[in-house]
Design a binder for this molecule. Structure first.
Ligand code: MG
Length: 172
C-alpha cells in the first residue's frame, strides 16, 4: 500500500487511532481486552461489548485507511449479535497482512470506575498480542478512573482509546 513517508529500513509507517464507549448494565458480561473481568455490571453492545478490542480494531483499520469497525461489521447484521470481538480484530489484521503491514506497537487506555483492572492488564496484553500476531511486549493496556465525573465516573459507561503503529513492507 502507498504511504506518505518513507522511513529507514525499507518500511513505511502508518499510525491509527480508535476509541469506543459502551453503556454498563447489570446482567451483562464485562469483556475488556478479550478477557472476561468479574463484575456486577457488564458492557451493553451488539457484540460482546469489548471497548478495548473495538478501539484497537478501529485503530488498525484507521492506519490502513479502511474505514472503521462499523464499515466491516454493521451493527444491523444479526451475525454479529453477541460476537466475540476477537473475530473483528482477526479480520482487521488479515486486511493488514494482505497489505504487507504488521504491528509495531499498540497503546490502549481504558476508562472505568470499577472494578479495578490492574490484576487483569497483563492477561489483556497477552491475549490481544496473540490475536494481533505480535509480541506481548508490543501491547500496552493502561487503566484509569474518571474521578467520579461524567458517565464513566458515575459507573454508567466504559470507554477506551487506542493508538496503533503499523510497519508496511516497502513494495520497491
Ligand atoms: Mg464498540
Amino acid at each position: 500500500m502507498r504511504s506518505n513517508r518513507r522511513a529507514e529500513g525499507g518500511a513505511d509507517f502508518r499510525i491509527g487511532e480508535g476509541s469506543d464507549l459502551h453503556r454498563l448494565e447489570s446482567g451483562r458480561r464485562l469483556v475488556i481486552g478479550c478477557i472476561e473481568v468479574p463484575s456486577d455490571v457488564g458492557s451493553f453492545g451488539h457484540s460482546d461489548g469489548d471497548v478495548v478490542a473495538h478501539a484497537v480494531c478501529d485503530a488498525v483499520l484507521g492506519a490502513l485507511a479502511l474505514g472503521d469497525i462499523g464499515t466491516h461489521f454493521p451493527p444491523t447484521d444479526e451475525r454479529w449479535r453477541g460476537a466475540d470481538s476477537r473475530v473483528f480484530l482477526a479480520h482487521a489484521m488479515r486486511l493488514a497482512r494482505e497489505r504487507g503491514a504488521r504491528i509495531v506497537n499498540v497503546d490502549v487506555t481504558v476508562e472505568l470506575e470499577r472494578p479495578k483492572l490492574a490484576p487483569y492488564l497483563g492477561d489483556m496484553c497477552r491475549e490481544l498480542a496473540r490475536v494481533l500476531g505480535c509480541a506481548a511486549a508490543a501491547v500496552s493496556v493502561k487503566a484509569k478512573t474518571a474521578e467520579g465525573l461524567g458517565a464513566v465516573g458515575e459507573g454508567k459507561a466504559i470507554a477506551a482509546r487506542a493508538v496503533v503503529l503499523l510497519a508496511v513492507r516497502s513494495s520497491t
